[in-house]
Every structure is written in structure tokens, then in C-alpha cells.
Design a protein around this ligand. Structure first.
Ligand code: IDP
Ligand code: MG
Length: 148
């Protein structure tokens, strides 16, 4: 079982797409084990996107992510990291496969609606950064119909 960090960015919240986007992860079978809405403090945004510090888009990215509330969550499931990334689609919505969140709901890379951890180390770092270590999973009675 794997865990991943997913965040609905400020454009997703402002556009009223929280339910639509969470529903896609939820219906697929990824289990929500933690979730909160918050205004991202500058310091948290900088830590979260520290790997992109030297990139030309970094200032705009920090401004975007701190521009309004986000919804942060931890999703659990087999291969949750890859499953969530595939449900999101490619970073640039114009390159994303139809059927993915970014392709179906987005137009530009700078407003791509959603974040998902890109690997096991990143997921551990991001879950710790946003939620700490005290996360508890839960028994989903439907699991035997979703997971073999
Ligand atoms: P990812 O979110 O698919 O993992 P990353 O390459 O890690 O993509 O980039 C992090 C975020 O930075 C993207 O989701 C997007 O919001 C933003 N970003 C990346 N490249 C650009 C760009 O060229 N222009 C504007 N924003 C960008
Ligand atoms: Mg990334």
C-alpha cells in the first residue's frame, strides 16, 4: 500500500471544481486518509516547491499557490503515486491525455489545477510537510470490490 500527497490548487477551488476533482480520485478507488483546506503560507509554499527555486517560473508559481485557498490531501492505494499522477495527466494541460483532470479541465501549464507527488521520496517529504506523521488509515468496507 502506498501514500501520495495531492493538492487542489487555488484555480481549482476558485472555479468550483473541488468536488469534480476529488470525485475522480475517489471514484477511481484511491482512499482519502487526510484532507484540509488552507491558505498556503509563503514559507510552506517555498518549502514545497524548493526543487524549482532556480526555475524561471518559480516566482509566478509561488504567487499562484499562495493566491487563495487550496485543498490538500493524502491518498492511499496500491501504486497510489502513479495512479494519482495518471489521473491528473501531463503537467501542461495541452499535452495531457483526454480523460485526465488537466486535459478535461485545464488550458495552460500555469493553471493546471492539481499537484501530485512524483515519487516515493517526494511523497514522504510532502506528506510530512503538510500533515506531519500522525496519519491513520481506515477500513473501507468496499475495498474487496475495488482491490483484489
Ligand atoms: P508537476 O506538477 O506535473 O509535477 P513540475 O515540473 O514539478 O510539474 O512543476 C511544478 C508546477 O510548476 C507545475 O504543476 C506548474 O504549476 C508549474 N510550472 C511548471 N512549469 C511551468 C512553466 O513553464 N510555466 C508556468 N508554470 C510552470
Ligand atoms: Mg512535480
Amino acid at each position: 500500500m502506498e501514500r501520495t500527497f495531492v493538492m487542489l490548487k487555488p484555480d481549482a477551488v476558485q472555479r468550483g471544481l473541488i468536488g469534480e476533482i476529488i470525485g475522480r480520485f475517489e471514484k477511481r478507488g484511491l482512499k482519502i486518509i487526510a484532507m484540509k483546506m488552507l491558505h498556503v503560507p509563503q514559507s510552506l509554499a517555498e518549502k514545497h516547491y524548493a526543487v524549482h527555486k532556480e526555475r524561471p517560473f518559480y516566482p509566478g508559481l509561488i504567487k499562484y499557490i499562495t493566491s487563495g485557498p487550496v485543498v490538500a490531501m493524502v491518498l492511499e492505494g496500491p501504486n497510489a503515486i502513479q495512479a494519482a499522477r495518471n489521473t491528473m495527466g501531463a503537467t501542461n494541460p495541452v499535452d495531457a491525455t483526454p480523460g485526465t483532470i488537466r486535459a478535461d479541465l485545464g488550458m495552460e501549464i500555469g493553471r493546471n489545477l492539481v499537484h501530485g507527488s512524483d515519487g516515493p521520496e517526494t511523497a514522504a517529504f510532502e506528506i510530512g510537510l503538510w500533515f506531519g506523521t500522525e496519519l491513520q488509515s481506515w477500513q473501507r468496507d468496499l475495498d474487496r470490490w475495488i482491490l483484489e
